[in-house]
Structure formats: C-alpha cells, structure tokens
Design a protein around this ligand. Structure first.
Ligand code: ADP
Ligand code: ZN
Length: 658
C-alpha cells in the first residue's frame, strides 16, 4: 500500500488544493491577495462605530436562564470569571468536559460579541442552530452561506445583535474581516481546537499561526484558547505560538470515567466488532475508525450487509456526500459512521455510545481525541481497539517511507512507541493514558478498563524471546533478513519450501519454538517490539535487533510478557457497562420513549439534530419528575427560558398523555 492511499484527513490536506477540503473556508481571492501582512493596529482602543450587544447578567444567571443548568462544573466558574474580568485563559479539558460554556457564558456576560475561531466550517451551522434553540443570537461567516446571509450577519454584528460569531482562522486573518471586526464591539476571542497550532500535532492548521494578530490588534480584548489535547508539549506550543504568556492556564481532570477502554488482539476484527455492537450497543450510534479509504468503504458495506446501519466518511468522497453523511449521523438515531480520521473533530453529538478502531492509531493523542468522542453525555460508553502485529509493521513502514525529515520521523516513532506501550500494558489502561497526559492516578486501577476487569496473566517470556532473537542473529550472520512469517516458520519447525530451499531447517533454532502457537508467537513479537527489544526495518518489514536485545540474549534481562487471552474468550454474556446514572422504572421508561418520539418529530420538523432540542439526560429527568406545569418543568436541568417557551407546552402535553 502506498501512502497516497492513506487518508490523513486534515493533516495532509491543509494546502488549499484545487478542490479545497470541506473544512477549509474559501476566502475570495481579492481578500486573500490584498495584503501579505495584517494592517497595523489602530492607535486608539478599538471603539468602533458599532453598538455593543448588551450583557445578559451574571454568569450564574446566564447559566440558569439560558441553559437551565443549576451550577458550573469543575473549573468552569473560575475560567469564566477570569475572562469576564478581562484576563486571557488557556483551557485544557477533555472532550465532553464542558469547554463551550467557558466561552459562551462570558460572551453573554460581557458587552459585545464573542468571536469564536473554529476550524470546522461544516459544523458552524449546527453550532449556531443549537445556540438559537437556547435563545442565543449567534451567527457565522463562511463560504457556505449566500452573500445576502453574509451581509445580514455582518450588519447584525455591527448593530449589536449578535452574542456570538463563528469564523474559520483563514477568514478571520484576511484584511476585510479584520476591518469588519475593527468596527464591531468584541467581547472576547475564543480560539477553539487550539492544538491546531501544533506543527507536530495530528490536526495542524497553518492558519492558526496567524492568530497572533488578535492580540497585536486588539490588546484589550480577552483571549481564550481551548483544546482537548493535553500533553505538556502541546500546552507549551499553544502558549508560545499564540503569544498567550499572560494567560491563566486551566488543566482539567482528563479522566473520562464513563468510557470503558478495551484493546483486543486482532484476530477477526470485523466479526469481533459486530459482536460488540450486537451484544452491547445494539441500535446505538457509534464511530468506527479505519486507516484507509478502501477499508472504510469495505467495512461500511460489510456492516450494512450484516444489518447494521452504517455510512462511510473519508476525504476521497465528494463534499456533498460527506456533508450528507455527517448530517445523517448527527440527526438520526443509531447510525454507525465508518471513517478515516478525517471525521470527528468538532462533532458534539452527545450520545455516541462506542468508538472502535480497526487499525492502530498513530499516537496516544490521536487515540484519546478519537475515543473521547464517545459518551459526551456522561453515560456508559466503550472505546474498543483491535490491534495486531501487521499494524506495527505497517505503521513503521509509513513513518519511514513518508516525506517527513529525520526529526519528524523520530517524533512519529516516539508517538507510535507510546501507542504500542498502551496496547501491551498489563496495568490499568486508564492509568497509563492519564500518565501520558501528565496526570497521576491513585494506583488502584480504574475498574472500568479491560485490564482492570480481567487482569492479564503475566508470564516469563525470557526463553522464547532468546529463541527468537538468536534466530535473528543467526540469519543476520548469514547476511539474511526476514519478516515475521518466515521467522515463525523456522521457530515452529515448519519445513516450508522456502525454509528448505534456504537451508533454514538446518539452523539450531529450527523447531525450538513449537511449544507456542503461531498466535502466541505473534504476541511475543509484538511485545518485544513494544518493549524496544526488537525492531521492524523499513522496506520489507524485516526484523532486526536493537541495542537492548543483547541484554536478553546474554540473560541479564528478564522479559515479562502478558498472556494473550484465548481466542474464544468472548464472554457469553458481556459484563454490562456501568448502569446508567438514573435507572428508570417501567412507567418512566414508557414516558421517556414517548418523549423521545416527540423529540424526533420536533427535530425533523425544525431540521435540527434531536440532541439540540433536548439531551437524553433532560428527557430522563422529565420522565422521572413528571412536571405538571411550566414552573415545574423549568426546574429540570437543561430547560432554559427559550426552550421552556418554545418546547414547554409540547413536553407538558406528552407528560399529561403518558
Ligand atoms: P466539550 O466542548 O468540552 O467537549 P461541551 O461544551 O460540548 O464539551 O459539553 C459537554 C456536555 O456537557 C454538553 O452536553 C453540555 O451541555 C454539558 N454541560 C457543560 N457544562 C455543564 C454544566 N455546568 N451543567 C450541566 N451540563 C453541562
Ligand atoms: Zn483500569
């Protein structure tokens, strides 16, 4: 497979191509070419000719009136206070942690319009619709809208009629937009998905680097940078590249306790995936990540053939199909999206119940971002990864054959090594993930990952490791190098034509390893690779020794391995994911279903995703409390003033009927 067949999503697509990728906001040539550098900042504090959108009250009032939530979570209140007081903030919070409120609330509290820099124009219309349902006046400027709509939004901005304005970085930094913002009253700048400034990162967007213009031009307007990528390196890059030296940095707890992490050997990945869906997440929405466009297409078709409603998504599909599939995934219940990593950033569907990887992710950062798309609503969810030896070989090959320079390749190798270590760990997966992001856990294990639920057996793999490594040495002495298949044939004593022809049945290690099955041997090889005791060479994927291999061969280093779970060890009845926080009795379940049906109708009528009308959690609460009037309904979490007015009578009618 060549790297051209791969889909790196945004990572390889940032150069505006003939047909720009759908996240790229096409800015008209006159704007684009007008000036290479931004005009100098005005001398005066930027008081435009515009009217400022008025304040809607204190943060607590806004949270209660607009969102209908009783209180802030975690650091939200401190972050919001910092920005309301005019300070800069860097917010590192896991997906689903509640980042959007951190800039939306201060935008409503401060006078003027909050300007949100977001990389994904395809999602702006949905974000604005969700805010409109809350009674927030939001708009966006991008190439998907008509000139008339754009003019209307610009006028609303200057007239103080907008609480929030969404823009892509490439649009924000052109002179015409800068001039427009000069004339407006700006409450704050929120730079969403701020990890896109990181050149090493998986979502690099060069336009983010130009966002330094914000504080050069509007030094008095508070800025926030928000991301769910938490490594110290990314954090440092955000601070430096966006000149946020004076910002207060808020690092949230990165744990996602409702996500159950599972990493399984790749035996029959599609069948295992189907088993996971049928036994644990039947009828639920999920995302399945594959490495290549071809495997996306095949897997989606295969799932459909098995009766699972699935859609493909990758950068090779035309823009209209991509947009249509994304919209269906967001709007309909229970669809499975099979995708390359081109899909997912900014997807805020709260009820994605599982994220599955059929191929090894390139880094732990990527893995955590992708799996984080499960369970934003806090309900039990699964992150499932099938991983095999071929993945390692393939990823190494991709790194070595890619166009990156040496430094880039070293970095990519480190990322891959960390990912392998996570796959092969005998410790709690969650503890290892959090440690990777600099967060220590209590050392007791989380109780909600595969290694905690079924602790893998450890065994002394020193002797098998020596057998394997010494076979590599013997072949090396003859100037011969082979891939894993041939090595295992030798060790397991299989007299294949090639083995005989090369005389490898005469090696002293021939047949020495027939005590382990092929599958067990592959697990040994994988773990030696993960431990850096063996390496895959590029080109043909041949196995080579490392500097540390000698210690094993000399017997000065023990090799502890994890025993592979037997192949048929799929539990007949899977341990159910943790019970939902609110268990519903029969009557409440009936009402909950009736409310969901009502919601589906409303969503269809208004062209909105169902979760924009109300979240499942809110419907559950209504089904339990059975509010009799608007006053009682307004007490339910997630029912703010606008939704009470717009949907209250409809909900009360369903409750009365139920
Ligand atoms: P992020 O952008 O960090 O991924 P979101 O802002 O989408 O997360 O928030 C995740 C979910 O949590 C959303 O459904 C949001 O409405 C909800 N949420 C956020 N803050 C609160 C809060 N203080 N009280 C109740 N729900 C909240
Ligand atoms: Zn655990």
């Amino acid at each position: 497979m060549t790297s051209a067949a791969l889909d790196d999503g945004a990572a390889d697509g940032w150069v505006p191509a003939e047909e720009p990728p759908d996240w790229y906001d096409v800015v008209e040539p006159p704007d684009w070419y007008e000036s290479e550098t931004a005009p100098p900042p005005p001398d005066e504090a930027p008081v435009g000719d515009a009217v400022a959108a008025p304040s809607r009250g204190t943060p607590e009032q806004v949270l209660r009136d607009v969102w209908g939530y009783p209180g802030f979570r975690g650091d939200q209140a401190r972050i919001i206070d910092t920005v309301v007081a005019g300070g800069d903030a860097v917010v590192l919070m896991p997906t689903g942690g509640g980042k959007s409120l951190c800039y939306q609330v201060p935008a409503l509290v401060r006078e003027g319009t909050g300007v949100v820099v977001s990389p994904l124009i395809a999602l702006m219309a949905d974000q604005v619709a969700a805010l409109s349902a809350l009674g927030v006046r939001a708009g966006f400027l991008n190439s998907t809208q008509s000139p008339r709509d754009r003019a209307r939004t610009e006028r609303a901005l200057l007239e103080g009629q907008l609480d929030l304005l969404y823009l892509a970085p490439e649009r924000l930094t052109v002179p015409a937009t800068l001039d427009l913002l000069d004339r407006a009253r700006i409450a704050l700048f929120a730079i969403d998905e701020a990890h896109c400034v990181s050149a090493w990162g998986h979502d690099f967007r060069p336009d983010y680097l130009r966002l330094t213009v914000l504080h050069e031009r509007w030094p008095r307007v508070p800025r926030m940078a928000l991301t769910a990528t938490a490594t110290a390196a990314t954090q440092a890059e955000i601070l430096e590249r966006l000149h946020l030296d004076a910002a207060t940095v808020f690092v949230a707890d990165f744990d996602r306790p409702n996500i159950r992490y599972r990493i399984v050997p790749k035996d029959a990945p599609r069948t295992d995936l189907l088993h996971l869906i049928r036994s644990e997440h039947d009828g639920a929405a999920g995302i399945v990540y594959c490495l290549t466009r071809a495997s996306v297409e095949e897997t989606a078709q295969w799932l459909v053939g098995q009766g699972v409603p699935a859609l493909p998504y990758h950068a090779g599909l035309d823009a209209r199909t991509r947009a249509a599939n994304q919209a269906r995934f967001l709007r309909e219940d229970g669809l499975v999206m099979v995708a390359t990593i081109a899909f997912g950033m900014g997807i805020d569907k709260p009820d994605v119940r599982f994220v599955a990887h059929l191929d090894l992710p390139k880094s732990v950062e990527g893995y955590y971002q992708e799996t984080g798309r499960a369970g934003r609503d806090g309900l039990p969810s699964t992150a499932w990864l099938a991983y095999g030896l071929a993945d390692v070989v393939q990823q190494r090959r991709l790194i070595d054959s890619g166009d990156g320079d040496e430094a880039y390749k070293r970095q990519a190798t480190r990322h891959l090594d960390a990912m392998l270590a996570l796959c092969e760990t005998v410790d709690c997966r969650r503890a290892q993930l959090l440690r990777y992001f600099g967060q220590e856990s209590n050392g007791e294990g989380c109780g909600n990952c595969d290694t905690c639920l079924a602790p893998p057996e450890g065994w002394d793999g020193t002797v098998p490791a020596q057998k394997l490594l010494s076979t590599v040495v013997r072949l090396d002495r003859r100037g011969q190098r082979y891939g894993v298949g041939h090595l295992l044939d030798i060790l397991r004593g299989k007299p294949t034509p090639r083995v005989r022809q090369l005389g490898h049945d005469q090696l002293s290690t021939f047949g020495l390893g027939d005590d382990l099955s092929e599958r067990e041997w592959r697990a040994v090889v994988r773990q030696l690779l993960a431990a850096g005791l063996l390496r895959v060479e590029t080109g043909y994927g041949t196995l080579r020794l490392t500097d540390d291999s000698a210690q094993v061969l000399r017997g000065t280093r023990q090799v502890r391995l994890r025993r592979e779970a037997p192949k048929a060890a799929r539990p007949a009845r899977p341990t159910p994911a943790k019970a939902p926080p609110v268990a519903l009795d029969d009557a409440a379940t009936g009402l909950f279903e009736a409310l969901r049906a009502w919601r589906a109708g409303v969503a269809r009528e208004q062209g909105l995703p169902a979760y924009v009308v109300f979240h499942d959690a809110t419907l559950r609460d209504i089904a339990t409390r059975r509010p009799a009037d608007l006053e009682a309904l307004s007490q339910v979490g997630g029912v703010g003033a606008a939704k009470l007015e717009r949907y209250g009578p409809g909900v009360l009618a369903v409750v009365a009927d139920g």
